[in-house]
Design a protein around this ligand. Structure first.
Ligand code: NDP
Length: 351
């Protein structure tokens, strides 16, 4: 008897934090064939290249985890890149998925694309109900366009393109860039740097009062697989053709000041923590109502304290590996070149 052909799954952005977690989750499931392409092999902003890739690959399922992503600083410094690249990626991948008869696609929005003053906890229907947070408006507009692309292809062509709206994510593979990262990896880096340099005080950007929800990235990957495994009929009562996204969050809310203390403790930093109010806070409170997704049987498994420890361990290991790589490079090619390669020697920290 012929063996059934395994599902062919394209994970766009598989080297990113979410993409890598999806790879781990799908490998663990072990019943599919993963198609993975680096940015240098396939630029997802290049619609012609994306089309050619889909035409030759026989893809059944797409997880679209590629995007230009960053924290407040990056969003404000590079607004053109955030709107342009995210629109291009969504346009190219979603259109090719329709054209080449992909059976199911998952697009990821973000809780930060809900209106700034949305009632908390935020329900799915509050999308497009008010003004956006100005610091990330270009990113939000592109992400909303991605959701609307999915819905429009579903409405016109009967495709099965689904959308999840994740809260703030964190975990192994996060971006620890000094300025471009999100709050949690940025805190890990700042406290670690302070420890390394015996800094007596760490100043945190903003007032420390905003409340945030965090979801460990492996919990998100489990949620993605869970949603994609649902038959259409099970989703039907939860969504409408023009409100098809489902929230995904942990439900665990924490103040930035408390988070800073948790990070300091996880790293063993004993100095003083202060707050620099000259930096923008962003949205004052951001908590998702994830009851619709939870009614389908998904629940988060990793509490913040545990996820934080895993992430700190990942960061410390990545730093140690980077130091080792740097030492090896110095021994083999001399100090001048080794210093020049520092940025590429620490890819997981994305200097
Ligand atoms: P990362 O920055 O970790 O990963 C993004 C990935 O996309 C990278 O692998 C990057 O490739 C790839 N990529 C970007 N542009 C291109 C391109 N033009 N061609 C090919 N590949 C490209 O992001 P996350 O994993 O954190 O985010 C994944 C998704 O989850 C995004 O849609 C984001 O909006 C969403 N999300 C993330 C949240 C978070 O807190 N991080 C919160 C809510 C939603 P390369 O490795 O070459 O740079």
């Amino acid at each position: 008897m012929n063996k059934p052909t395994p599902e062919r799954i394209f994970i766009a952005g598989h080297r990113g934090m979410v993409g890598a977690a999806l790879v781990r989750a799908l490998h663990a499931r072990g019943d599919c064939e993963l198609l993975l392409r680096n940015r240098d092999e396939l630029d997802l902003c290049n619609a012609a290249a994306v089309d050619a890739f889909f035409a030759e690959s026989g893809i059944d399922t797409v997880y679209l985890a590629a995007a230009r992503v960053g924290g407040i600083h990056a969003n404000q410094a590079y607004p053109a890149e955030f709107i342009h690249q995210n629109l291009e990626i969504a346009n190219a991948v979603i259109h090719a998925a329709w054209k080449h008869r992909v059976q199911r696609l998952l697009f990821l929005g973000s809780s930060c694309i809900y209106p700034r003053a949305a009632p908390q906890p935020m329900r799915e229907e509050c999308l497009l109900s008010g003004a956006l947070e100005p610091t990330n408006e270009p990113y939000a507009i592109a992400k909303i366009a991605g959701i609307k692309l999915c819905e429009s292809y579903n409405r016109q062509f009967g495709t099965d393109f689904r959308c999840l709206m994740p809260t703030n994510l964190y975990g192994p593979g996060d971006n620890f860039h000094r300025e471009d990262s999100h709050v949690l990896p940025a805190l890990i880096r700042r406290f670690h740097d302070a420890l390394q340099t015996d800094l007596p005080e760490v100043r945190i950007w903003g007032s420390g009062t905003p409340l945030r929800e965090f979801l460990y990235v492996d919990d998100l990957a489990a949620a993605c697989l869970h949603l994609m495994a649902q038959p259409r009929e099970r989703l039907a009562p939860l969504i409408t053709p023009q409100r098809s996204h489902l929230n995904v969050g942990s439900g665990e809310e924490v103040g930035i000041a408390t988070l800073a203390m948790m990070v300091a403790e996880a790293l063993g930093y004993r100095g003083h923590i202060s707050f620099d109010r000259s930096h923008a806070d962003g949205t004052p409170r951001k908590l998702l109502d994830s009851s619709r997704l939870r009614s389908l049987g998904w629940a988060p498994a990793v509490p913040l304290a545990d996820g934080l420890c895993h992430t700190v361990r990942y960061y410390l290991d990545a730093c140690a590996a980077a130091r080792q790589e740097l030492a090896n490079a110095k021994t083999t090619i001399g100090t001048t070149t080794a210093t020049g390669t520092r940025a590429t020697a620490i890819p997981s920290l994305r200097h």
